[in-house]
Structures are given as C-alpha cells and as structure tokens.
Ligand binder design. Structure first.
Ligand SMILES: Nc1ncnc2c1ncn2[C@@H]1O[C@H](COP(=O)(O)OP(=O)(O)O)[C@@H](O)[C@H]1O
Ligand SMILES: [Mg+2]
Length: 417
C-alpha cells in the first residue's frame, strides 16, 4: 500500500468523473476493472488522528466516509448460492461449442436483496477469467480499433417497458443502431450477440416487461425468442415464477429446473429453433436473512461482523454491531434485507462522524430514517416495505439517560480526549 501513497502520505481514493454506466459496454468494462480497487481508510487511533494537521484530519474524515459508502459485497449464504450456480453455468456453457440450447438462469427476489450486485459481480468474475483465456489464445485487438470481444452484456429493462424497449436496451449496450420494427430489432440483437461473441446476456429487472396482460403475445414471444439465443440467458426480476415470464412453463419435479416451451408459432428468427424442444432454467431465489433459525442468525451475525470490520469509527468497539441488542435491532429495522441494512449503516456512520459520537448504538440509529433515494427508476414492486417503528426496544420501556448506554463499551473502546 505504501507505493500508493502520494507525497503527502495520502492514499488516493477519489474517482474522477461519474460512476460508470454498466448498461453500456465501455461503462461495464470500466466498472469491471475498477470494482475491487477501492482502498479503505487506514485504521487510526484517536491519538494518531489528533496528531494530524487539520487539513489531514479533514481528508481522513472524507476517506472514512468513502470507506463506509464502499463497504462492498460481503458473501452471504444467499449470494453464495447465486454466485456458485452462475460461475459453473457461465463457464460450462461458454465451453460448450455445439450450437443450440444453453440452460439459462433466473434470479428472483424482492427489491434491495442484492440481485443486481450479486449477479454483476459473478458475471464480472467470469469475464475476468474468460478474457484472460481468450487473450492467451488470440492476439489482442489492434491498437485504435474497437475491441469486438464482449463476453458479457448487461441490460436493464426500462420501467414499464415494451418488447421494443427491451430490445433497444440490449442494442444500446453495444452502441448498435436501432431498427424500426420489433422483428428487425430482434434480428439486430441476434447479430450483435454473435458479432461480439457474447456468451452471457444479463437482463435485469425483466419483470418490468408488461407480462400480466394475458393477450400480450408480443412480450411472451420476445421472451421466448431471447431464450433461443445462443447465449446463457440470465433473467433477473421480482418474483419471477408468478410474473408471467414463465407462463406455460413448469418446474421439473426431479431437477427443480423450469421447463419453458419454445416459440410455437413458427415465426422465430432462429433457424435452429424449429428443431429445438424446450428451454431449461434454474431458478434461484435471493431471500432476506432469516432470523428464525440458528443458521440464519449465525449468517446475519457474520454479515454484521463483516460490516463492522470495515467501519472506521473512533469510539467503536469489537462487537458493536454483533452483541447486545444491536443485531436484533438491526434485523427489526431492515427485516434482514441487505440493501436496507447498507443504507442504514451508511447514514448512521455519517451521522456518527458529523455529530462526533463516533459509534453506532440502537438509540442513535433510531433517529435515522432509512431513505432509499431516487425511486423514479424503480417499479413499485421493487420497493421493499420499510418497518416504521424505529424505537430500540419495542414493548420494553426505553432506557433513559445516556449514562447507562456508555457502561458496556468493553475494555477496548477508545477514550475521548
Ligand atoms: N452481499 C452483499 N453485501 C453487502 N451489500 C450488498 C450485498 N448485496 C447487495 N448489497 C447492497 O444492497 C443494495 C441493493 O442491492 P441491489 O443489487 O441493487 O438489489 P436488487 O437488485 O435486488 O434490488 C446495493 O447498494 C448493494 O451494494
Ligand atoms: Mg436490481
């Protein structure tokens, strides 16, 4: 790390420019390369911090805030399942050189459960390996030409999308021109995937397609068409089994895989489709933490310990998030939803730095509402219900006076000077 210090001894941690747009191939590449590069703030004691110049203290505070905003993905039992399945499916499908069917994946779950981030991280890890391998076998693209190799394409379905809207989102990823008719668009999608040797197509928020009108045959036909593409299709959405996306499909009672019939009307644009029988998908549910079982509680505590390890608060103590009333309180505030927990911790730590308390307690978190920010780009079904009661111990009388709160800090808590 020392080699990354600049002459003033400060680790560079700010990024220039806006966050990369993963729904464009350049942005996806930038995000993939940068995703693990953030350097957390060093752990300073209060004494070391006090010894800094005011300017350095200010910079350190910003670096701490950035560290709390960039906690990163922590593996949970739920995300591990998704990652494992994606890794083996993407790799095996990519190594299958025969034309035809590829088993797909469907990642289902409510909003803020980590579907997008978990899937993108797994796909990026696959792409790292796949690119490496590819460049060892083939020369890199000539200087100044566009790299046509795009192994992973990531697209978000626009809110209240139509089939054309979804096709446009896919073509936009490649920067391809948009044809006028739906049929021409589907053909262009097929061409783009083939020309860029794409092996994985991720369609996020797919349940935003209007799937509930029984007569919306266009939409269903499109989904079936996409299933016929010669890539691993990863569909991500809210409550996929009841969404209409797999209408007419059924889970195989033995393997649990969903079986979906191909386009039946004979108007498919895939010449191979006529000979193909069905599409198979593994469906994985990304659930919240479960506080009712022992394993569930253990996993939640491990997650909290992972977060705690990344916090840089001067008056924190080991067990700040994992002991006493805190775990249960955090569970009650967030119902075990990772994204809500992340928001609460972000705002809680910002408040702890600003107010100078430099620690998190249920009493302090009770003053902090969970705000999800801009909801305009979310469908109502993707917005989780946030528990309203924020008081630390429901039913029990609230502790009065802050003195008792300070009693159980443990031996290692830093003392104020
Ligand atoms: N395993 C995880 N560990 C830590 N944070 C996570 C994890 N999974 C998701 N998050 C965070 O939760 C928030 C919501 O995740 P996101 O993937 O957007 O959810 P979804 O797509 O299901 O709505 C994001 O800010 C993300 O960084
Ligand atoms: Mg998402």
């Amino acid at each position: 790390m020392a080699d990354r210090l600049d002459e003033s001894g400060i680790v560079p941690f700010l990024r220039a420019g806006p966050a990369p747009d993963r729904t464009r191939r350049e942005g996806w590449q930038r995000w993939r390369r940068q995703r693990d590069l953030f350097t957390p703030a060093p752990r300073l004691s209060l004494e070391e911090y006090a010894a800094l110049s005011p300017r350095r203290r200010g910079l350190h505070d910003i670096h701490r805030a950035a560290t709390h905003m960039n906690i990163g993905l922590l593996e949970t039992p739920m995300s591990a399942r998704v990652t494992r399945l994606m890794r083996s499916r993407l790799r095996n499908n990519a190594l299958n050189f025969e034309p035809g069917t590829r088993d797909g994946l469907m990642i289902s779950g409510g909003g803020y459960l980590g579907k997008t981030e978990t899937v993108c991280a797994a796909a990026a890890a696959f792409e790292d390996v796949w690119r490496d391998l590819h460049h060892q076998l083939l020369p890199p693209p000539a200087e100044g030409t566009r790299d046509l190799f795009v192994p992973v394409a990531y697209c978000r379905t626009p809110v209240r999308a139509t089939p054309k809207g979804l096709c446009a989102a896919i073509l936009d990823f490649y920067g391809a021109p948009l044809p006028k008719t739906l049929n021409a668009m589907i053909r262009a999608v097929r061409d783009s995937l083939r020309d860029h040797r794409t092996t994985a197509l991720l369609l996020d928020d797919i349940t935003r397609l209007r799937l509930h009108r029984e007569d919306d045959q266009d939409t269903l036909d499109l989904v079936r068409e996409l299933m016929d593409l010669n890539v691993t299709l990863v569909l991500i959405g809210v409550d996929i089994p009841t969404s209409g996306l797999v209408r007419g499909g059924y889970p195989n009672p033995v393997t649990g895989q969903w079986i979906v019939a191909p386009v039946s009307t004979g108007k498919s644009f895939n010449p191979a489709a006529a000979t193909q029988t069905e599409r198979r998908f593994d469906l994985v549910d990304l659930d919240p933490f479960d506080y009712d079982t022992e394993e569930g509680v253990t996993a939640f505590l491990a997650h909290l310990a992972g977060i705690e390890d990344r916090l840089r608060l001067f008056r924190a103590w080991p067990g700040m998030l994992t002991e006493g009333e805190m775990p249960e309180y955090l569970y009650r505030r967030t119902r075990g939803i990772v994204g809500l927990l992340k928001r609460l911790i972000e705002d809680g730590t910002a408040d702890a730095i600003e107010s100078g308390t430099e620690k998190l307690t249920p009493e302090q978190l009770a003053t902090i509402p969970i705000r999800l920010g801009n909801m305009a780009d979310r469908d109502p079904s993707e917005i989780p219900q946030i528990p309203e009661n924020t008081s630390p111990s429901p039913g029990a009388p609230r502790r009065r006076g802050r003195n008792t709160v300070f009693d159980d800090h443990g031996p290692r808590s830093a003392e104020a000077t």
